[in-house]
Design a protein around this ligand. Structure first.
Ligand code: P6P
Length: 318
């Protein structure tokens, strides 16, 4: 039986000891968050606070607690130079001689907490010794992963070569349940919030219309990690397009701690992740909380959409 600990042991030699220790601390943080979520409505941690975060979203007690747990993991890791969180306006300096920044969404999908739907923690590790290093393209990521807190707690992680999945057992051990995961290249299932149809651009609108006509199925959890976990398991394509009426808004999802880590994971599993007709990992960030339209999943399907964006560009009046 391979555990996350024995997996980390196998990485020694390819990853430096400080990074291996950091990954162990991140895994521990997800265990703590998982334990806290399990009984949150019994411990008065449900509901919302009166605090609005940098995203303009009302923070929930578990957002704050999960953020604190992830920050503690960063502080316990000597290799961490900066922490960047969805919940915090700017980067947090951690260790002056640290080599890696941890960029994370501590509790993605937290609007689903009170209705007992899967939520998650998404994280990305990039080489960084100064604040300027935080705005690198997603290809600079060394590690990316997410924990999905659902009927099971699962940790999905890549160090760039292959995707491994671990499931938390009742003793608190992450046991490897899938290795070198591949996303099936073709699919007949899409994930999109169909209520936002009026805001889609023509490429997405046409793609969804054609998919429905072709008998595709639709799933939308309202929690990206849940939709992503399904896609790793059985394929599919996830779409959160920009709002055509607010083209500069970029959409809802954030590049650094949602699009990039998911993009590295998806590509490591043989899938594709795009922003329009370019790879999401090639988008040059301009701000920590920058939003981008996100499309990822089964390679053949995503490349079909990327091709439609390219064709639309060519057709645009000069
Ligand atoms: P909507 C959760 O808040 C999130 O950031 C993603 O996890 C999820 O896919 C999306 O927003 C849901 O957005 O517009 O359907 O509520």
């Amino acid at each position: 039986m391979t555990t996350f600990e024995t997996y980390l042991d196998s990485l020694k030699g390819t990853l430096d000891d400080g990074l291996v220790a950091l990954l162990g601390n991140i895994a521990d943080a997800t265990r703590r968050i998982s334990d806290t979520l399990r009984t949150s409505s019994l411990s008065g941690l449900s509901g919302a606070t009166d605090v609005v975060n940098v995203q303009g979203e009302t923070q929930k007690p578990l957002d704050i607690l999960s953020n604190d747990i992830m920050l503690d993991a960063c502080k316990a890791s000597a290799a961490v130079s900066f922490a960047v969180s969805e919940e915090l306006d700017s980067e947090v300096p951690v260790h002056a001689d640290g080599k890696y920044a941890v960029i994370f969404d501590p509790l993605d999908g937290s609007s689903n907490l009170d209705v007992n739907v899967t939520v998650g923690t998404i994280f990305s590790v990039v080489p960084a010794t100064s604040s300027a290093d935080l705005l690198q393209t997603g290809r600079s990521q060394i590690v990316a992963g997410f924990a999905a807190y659902g009927p099971q707690t699962c940790l999905v992680i890549t160090t760039g070569k292959g995707v491994q999945i671990f499931t938390l057992d009742d003793s608190g051990t992450y046991v490897m349940t899938a290795s070198d995961v591949k996303i099936v290249p073709e699919t007949k299932e899409f994930a999109i919030n169909a209520a936002r149809r009026a805001s889609w651009d023509d490429v997405v609108a046409r793609y969804i219309e054609q998919s429905i006509d072709a008998g595709y199925n639709m799933r939308w959890v309202g929690s990206m990690v849940a939709d992503a976990y399904r896609i790793f398991n059985r394929g599919g394509v996830f779409l959160y397009p920009a709002d055509r009426h607010k083209p500069t808004s970029g959409g809802r999802l954030r590049l650094l701690y949602e699009g990039n880590p998911m993009g590295l994971l998806v590509e490591a599993a043989g899938g594709a992740a795009i922003v329009g007709d370019i790879g999401i990992l090639d988008v040059k960030p301009t701000a920590l909380h920058q939003r981008v339209p996100v499309i990822f999943g089964s390679r053949v399907e995503v490349n079909k959409i990327a091709g439609a964006y390219t064709a639309a560009k060519v057709a645009e009046p000069a």
